[in-house]
Design a binder for this molecule. Structure first.
Ligand SMILES: Nc1ncnc2c1ncn2[C@@H]1O[C@H](COP(=O)(O)OP(=O)(O)O)[C@@H](O)[C@H]1O
Ligand SMILES: N[C@@H](CCC(=O)OP(=O)(O)O)C(=O)O
Length: 459
């Protein structure tokens, strides 16, 4: 493996690498700091404004029970911005050869850092992995169980020691935390659930509490889970209009290939355009460490989702969590990590983010070239433009919308089931009543329920 120092000294543009899942790189000096506050999520005109505005940045009728304690009263650097920090199993667990399960000193440093962020005026959410790995260690297993039921059982065992550790560490720092916010995709499958989660989290932040989130591994079934916390953290960051999402892992940053297996892998400091990013993440989606889930692939997917929600994402080493301060506070030393800048084309509006981040498509609708052009111009999808339908779904399901070349161009909530769409595909809306025998909406997917999906978000 390439030594760390030699990897860091490389700053040249690293060109294109074709292998694995991804796509072109902008590798350059990370001193080019991401700039600009996350603008308000704004409204796409289709939702109540209360679902779109960030209650922490606007005026609120709520009393701030515990306003941020500012370390230096002249410099409230955070200004109430939200920072989501996701810590991976590889950071939380001790190595094989070490005594004990939890990397306590690392977690203590992490807790110190999060408290320092609060004191600097930021609102902080912690998304933590580790339940499955800790459960396995507790039972003396050398690897994660293959079966979902086995992993669910391990999560049930590990989650409590994980929470106990955080409770104690934050307690020493007099920082209130909200433990056990266990979420799965099924918990945000309805839009009111998504906005309810948002309201609860904002309420906690307003109270000065640090919410601690993990996937509800023990309960969630395969179809109703995020499957990895990188993705869950991107959903949370989008949900809360976060300014930053930090993905803490066991490598210093993202490289053009896995530095463990490819000594020529070069570091990537800044990704300006994730659409043209090209790195090797291991390819099979199973890359990563003994206890981690998904390797770098799930982190890049998370970066796609979060940057599409105007969040700046940083992949960095969880063993040095204090580095987060160097990224977010002014006049700090240069920090090591890979920064993904917010995308130019962003998903605005809570409802559209819910469709893109919270829902798992259960079918696919293929459209002709005319319908593709209409969708790209933000129009609704009508039956006339549909050529094929796949999957077994009901009305209100989320589906992929693919063009004639099979590329996904959007996702949306359908007004009809797959059987109904099968009957009306290619037909003019005027004949829907005659063909179906009842009156329904003229659009198969209304434009307010259609969303551009960051490409490469496989699910
Ligand atoms: N291009 C890459 N750059 C950096 N790390 C990579 C890359 N591709 C694969 N990896 C692997 O991803 C691992 C981190 O993923 P994972 O095990 O899921 O961590 P975590 O538990 O922190 O989420 C690293 O240890 C590294 O071996
Ligand atoms: N929810 C699981 C973590 C899943 C996951 O994404 O793990 P990791 O790749 O280590 O962030 C757990 O608590 O073990």
């Amino acid at each position: 493996m390439t030594s760390t120092s030699s990897i860091y000294s490389r700053k040249e543009d690293t060109g294109h690498y074709v292998n694995g899942n991804l796509i072109g790189i902008n590798s350059r000096d990370s001193s080019v700091a991401p700039s600009g506050a996350c603008s308000d999520a704004g409204s796409d005109g289709s939702e109540p404004s209360s679902q779109n505005s960030n209650p922490l940045s606007g005026s609120s009728s709520h009393v701030d029970l515990n306003p941020p304690v500012v370390a230096d009263p002249t410099a409230n650097n955070g200004k109430g911005e939200v920072i989501v920090v996701k810590v991976g199993t590889s950071t939380i667990m001790r190595g094989e050869e070490e005594e004990g399960d939890i990397a306590l000193s690392t977690l203590a440093l992490l807790v110190d850092t999060l408290v320092a962020l609060r004191k600097a005026g930021f609102h902080v959410v912690l998304v933590t992995s580790g339940a499955v790995g800790l459960g396995c260690k507790r039972l003396g297993l050398k690897k994660k169980p293959e079966s979902l039921a086995g992993r669910q059982a391990m999560a049930a065992i590990g989650q409590s020691s994980l929470m106990r550790t955080y409770e104690e560490l934050f307690g020493y720092a007099n920082q209130h935390v909200a433990q056990q916010i266990l979420l799965a995709r099924g918990d945000v499958a309805k839009s009111h659930q998504y906005f309810n989660a948002r309201n609860t989290l904002f309420e906690l932040l307003r109270m000065g509490v640090i919410p601690i989130v993990n996937e509800n591994d023990t309960i969630a079934t395969e179809e109703l889970r995020f499957g990895d916390n990188d993705r869950l953290s991107a959903m949370v960051a989008g949900l809360l209009d976060a300014k930053w999402l930090f993905l803490l892992t066991d490598v210093d940053q993202m490289y053009t290939a896995d530095p463990r297996s490819d000594p020529s892998a070069a570091p990537i400091d800044v990704v300006e355009d994730i659409e043209s990013l090209m790195v090797n993440t291991g390819g099979d989606g199973k890359g990563g460490t003994q206890w981690g889930t998904g390797g770098m692939g799930t982190k890049v997917t998370a970066a796609r989702l979060a940057t599409a929600a105007e969040v700046t994402v940083c992949i960095m080493n969880g063993a040095k969590p204090e580095n987060i301060l160097n990224f977010v506070l002014p006049n700090k030393v240069k920090a090591v990590g890979t920064v993904f800048l917010p995308q130019k084309k962003v998903i605005r509006g809570g409802r559209k983010r819910w469709i893109a981040h919270g829902l798992k498509p259960t079918g696919t609708i293929y459209v002709d070239d005319g319908a593709e052009r209409a969708i790209l111009r933000k129009k609704s999808l009508f039956a006339a433009g549909i050529t094929k339908v796949e999957g077994d779904f009901d009305a209100e399901a989320c589906v992929h919308v693919c063009n004639s070349r099979g590329e996904e161009i959007a996702r949306g909530l359908v007004n009809y089931s797959h059987e109904e769409i099968e009957k009306v595909k290619g037909l003019h809306s005027d004949v829907l009543l005659e063909v179906l025998g009842y009156e329904g909406p003229e659009e198969v997917i209304h434009r307010h329920n259609l969303v551009d999906v960051p490409s490469g978000c496989n699910d």
